[in-house]
Write a protein that binds this ligand. Sequence first.
Ligand SMILES: Cc1cc2nc3c(=O)[nH]c(=O)nc-3n(C[C@H](O)[C@H](O)[C@H](O)COP(=O)(O)OP(=O)(O)OC[C@H]3O[C@@H](n4cnc5c(N)ncnc54)[C@H](O)[C@@H]3O)c2cc1C
Length: 512
Amino acid sequence: MNKAIEYLVVGSGIAGLSFATLMAKKGKRVCVVEAHEFPGGFGHTFEMANKYKFNAQLHYVWNCGEGDTVNRILKKLDLDKTVTFERYDPNGFDHMYMPGYHVKIPSSSQELVQRFSELFPNHKDPIQQFVKTVNHVAEGLSHMSSPIKAKAVFSNFKNISIALSYLKYTLQEVFDKFKLPLPAQTLFASQWPDFLLPPDQLSFYAWVMLFTGYQRGAYYPTQHFEHVMDSMVNVIQENGGSICYNHEVDTFLTKGKQVLGVSGKNLVSGDSFEITGETVICNIDPKKAAQMIGWEKFSNSIQKKLDYEYSPSNYMAYVAVKDLDLPKYGFGKWNVFHTGHQDINTAFYDMYNHNDYSNPSFAITTPSQLTKHRGDCPPGWQIVEFLTVANYSYWRKLKDRDEHQYKKEKMNILWSIIDQVEQHYIPDFRKHMVFKMTGSPTTNERYCWCPEGNSYGSNMTPKNIGIGRLTHKSSLKNFYFCNASSGYAGFAGTFWTGAALYQRLSGDSIYD
Ligand SMILES: Cc1cc2nc3c(=O)[nH]c(=O)nc-3n(C[C@H](O)[C@H](O)[C@H](O)COP(=O)(O)OP(=O)(O)OC[C@H]3O[C@@H](n4cnc5c(N)ncnc54)[C@H](O)[C@@H]3O)c2cc1C
């Protein structure tokens, strides 16, 4: 038992690491307790066949340019010179493909309007109005994050009032309002795997933040995501802090409405452990933590905020290819988003509700095109990752019922995706494949410890995004939430979430 710990951080996800590194750098005694053998939560990296390194979930990130949130935090940690990022192609960071149409999403909004107007010449005005509104809302939202400054509200009144008027909108409702043609909607919404939600459920705010965030700059870490996480762990350790891997917490130690620490089991040795801290920071899912602590201990208003539904889960395929000239087939400093449907809502529900992957919609990421650093596989080999949605309850039941069938169906989805890849992008892709592995919702649950295999924490519907969202406040003494569901999801969002709590508890600023 270590009574000297000032900040006990439960979970080494990005928000937990962001908080813990900043506090350790500030000279505080920090201990991070992590169930997995690797740091990073959804952002952890694992190695296969002693050759290939795959990031569990992360593909590309935003807010990493000079002066952006991630860069400011890295500067504060003296990591900005070693943890660097490569920018995606500003002329087309995401390439969207659907039957009959193809568009590259550029950083410039003017160019974006131009490209969509060329594709849909009869809808120039609504396209222009839609993009204009997106930019107003993005600007408004940037001034609405706490703490709200009266001067900023006054000088940005127009943008803020436009943003507020879309508080409850889904992306689909905004498409409908502007009467965008269906293929234009599909192209705009092709980044749906970044939310694991279709337009008719997705919060317009969430879409605007991500879409414009990537427009400002989409990035990939120069030395891959593993280097980012390891560098942060080093900061903790170099500053006297510790990180305990394979430590699964099963109990929060409480006294009345105060959280004193945690206990659980070392998953390698089987030994039990108990660790206390003056302040406990909860990086694990807040709802799961509240269930462990006792729902009734939380105030009514926090209970209400904790009552969110989880975001859908996902399917990942981790592939290595050999001797494949990806640029020859149209791959480069961008992601490829493929949908075989005219309508993303239909594409999503076919897969999510009916487990029908006969015409899948998915994202393709190729790290070797994003950085020259070959730390993820030997020369001549390249990593290719595929991402789409998957239904947790279907996969959970299947795995429990019939492990063999579970493995077969997982592989069938990959073959269905590869069929599309060979038909539309790389005719002999299979010939180059030297390694393949797939991950289902139960894989997420097992290796990311996320309830129901959820992808982004609380679901990014209008109900969960915006006013009334859970924050770091837990209503318990010395106990704070610090993860995607109590801040913002994504690499940049969770970096920000950890830093915001650091600022709140230390009185320091990442802007100094
Ligand atoms: C498929 C997919 C693709 C994504 N792609 C991107 C992307 O391209 N770009 C982007 O910006 N974001 C992406 N994200 C989102 C991003 O990965 C997450 O929002 C972010 O990593 C969440 O971080 P977090 O700090 O909230 O915690 P988490 O990552 O949830 O970490 C929580 C940590 O707590 C640990 N833990 C849980 N329970 C216990 C316990 N009982 N005891 C001890 N430890 C425990 C877990 O092991 C984990 O390490 C993606 C997510 C998914 C699922």
